[in-house]
Design a protein around this ligand. Structure first.
Ligand code: ASP
Ligand code: MG
Length: 406
């Protein structure tokens, strides 16, 4: 007998029939003798609709009331699932975030979980009752409802699994696992049976939007074995685990791409101490996340170009901040460009292998694709290239690293 947390995303609970199907899936685990806590999302589209209502009434909304409104989607599905379970003879009860309680800080609309009191629900689980929990919500120290940021139900599920010391956290979604690359682009992409937390974190933050990044961080910090699987098939998905659990480590496990990048070049910046701080300090203060950075040494010892990337949504803000600091920074021209894509190869095996990046550079060179910016970390190499080459580059790299399905 094991304690399992099952999480069902919006498409898995999109209508009453799907909620009934979810109940059957929960029942099969209960029949197998397991203790089950279920975390649910709002029905597909509902959170967007609720956010829309808030926006329509007030552009500069009070985040406390935003939370009061948007948390309701999950409240509905938790009650409906408890009813669907009772209807097929499974003892079940819903528990809102404040009833458990799931404690968070008071940063409304993007709160962080600070602790979960498991006593009450543990007792119910031991009695064989299924505990149904709305994801995405918690309660602030002053007793008001909070939400965890979009996609936050994944984090609710992993946090609950950690607090309950669950055997596993199953994330049921509309994809059947984590792939070596986006299967919509690379038809030869393979489903991975296992991936490490670190790789998953890179895949998630690189645009492979399977799991909320914060949920992966939490799973890694607490060692929660997390399985991503489809609610529409009985097949096993992808298990996200510790590196030690993976026997055959691939040099490159996956390839991710992100179209959400924009490139800025400051032409002829002074080559002197403090110049980087004068550019990136004001951006950091404005919470602009800078991703890749390149700076050359100057040929004449005076001036050089500085290139960096930000997300597309931050581009306009970044331009105006940099322009307002033109006198302090001292540069000739600012050239901003979108139409770029960041492609990353990811794998823990890279730590112990040489020449991994070179394979990437050569593969792109063979296709005549120009690399604009490069950045590396211990388990990742990223390049920025022109967006029109996305498919070509990703497919060629997938083949080059031996990832293609047979
Ligand atoms: N319903 C919330 C959202 O759409 C939370 C979630 O589903 O993870 O963002
Ligand atoms: Mg989600």
């Amino acid at each position: 007998m094991a304690l399992i947390v099952q999480k069902f995303g919006g498409t898995s609970v999109a209508d009453v029939n799907r909620i009934k199907a979810v109940a059957q899936r929960v029942k099969s685990e209960v029949d197998a003798g397991h203790q089950i806590a279920v975390v649910v999302s709002a029905m597909a589209g509902v959170t967007n609709q609720l956010v829309g209502y808030v926006d329509d009434i007030s552009k500069l909304y009070d985040a406390r009331e935003y939370d009061a409104v948007v948390a309701s989607g999950e409240q509905v599905t938790s009650g409906l699932l408890a009813l669907a379970l009772q209807d097929i003879g499974v003892s079940a009860r819903s528990w809102q975030g404040w009833q458990i309680p799931i404690h968070t800080n008071d940063v409304h609309a993007k709160a962080r979980i600070t602790g979960i009191d498991t006593d009450k629900i543990q007792a119910r689980l031991q009695e064989g009752e299924v505990v149904v929990v709305p994801g995405f919500q918690g309660v602030a120290p002053d007793g008001r409802i909070t939400t965890l940021g979009r996609g936050g139900s994944d984090t609710s599920a992993v946090a609950l699994a950690a607090a309950l010391k669950a055997h596993r956290c199953d994330i049921y979604t509309d994809v059947d696992g984590v792939y070596t690359c986006d299967p919509r682009i690379v038809t030869k992409a393979r489903k991975l049976s296992k991936i490490t937390y670190e790789e998953m974190l890179e895949m998630a933050s690189q645009g492979a939007k399977v799991l909320q990044t914060r949920a992966v961080e939490m799973a890694m910090n607490h060692g929660v074995r997390t399985e991503v699987r489809s609610s529409f098939s009985a097949e096993r998905g992808t298990l996200v685990v510790n590196e030690e659990e993976i026997v055959e480590k691939q040099v490159v496990s996956g390839i991710a791409y992100s179209r959400d990048e924009a490139k800025i070049t400051l032409v002829r910046v002074a080559d002197r101490p403090g110049v980087a701080a004068s550019i990136f300090g004001p951006l950091a203060e404005a919470s602009v996340n800078v991703d890749m950075i390149v700076q050359n040494v100057s040929a004449d010892g005076k001036a050089t170009d500085m290139t960096f990337t930000v997300t597309k949504s931050d581009l306009e803000r970044t331009k105006s901040i940099i322009q307002s600091k033109k006198a302090e920074i001292g540069y000739e021209d600012l050239v901003a460009k979108d139409g770029v894509v960041k492609i990353s190869i990811i794998g823990v095996g890279m730590r112990s292998h040489a020449g991994v990046a070179q394979t990437m550079f050569q593969t792109l060179a063979d296709k005549g694709i120009n690399i604009q910016v490069i950045s590396t970390s211990e388990i990742k190499v990223s390049v920025l290239i022109a967006e029109e080459y996305t498919e070509l580059a990703v497919r060629a790299l997938h083949t080059a690293y031996g990832l293609d399905a047979a």
